[in-house]
Design a protein. Structure first.
Length: 69
């Protein structure tokens, strides 16, 4: 409960937002493959990252990477 009172969001929400910011940065730069990125961010699969990323940003990681360049 202390985390939520300080950060004003639930811990899992905060963690997901941090992961998405890291994913966005890696996708804008010439970073790792989406599979490698998923593993480095703690997702069990490329699909799990893709679903979370699309839910958070509205775009798939591949679409985001293509349009961000």
């Amino acid at each position: 409960m202390h985390f939520k009172s300080v950060a004003r969001v639930a811990p899992l929400t905060y963690l997901t937002a941090c992961r998405m910011r890291l994913a966005e940065r890696a996708l804008r730069e010439d970073g790792p493959s989406i599979f490698e990125l998923a593993a480095s961010l703690g997702y069990a699969s490329e699909s799990a990252l893709s679903h979370a990323f699309k839910r958070g940003t509205g775009d798939s990681p591949r679409t985001y990477r293509t349009t961000a360049r």
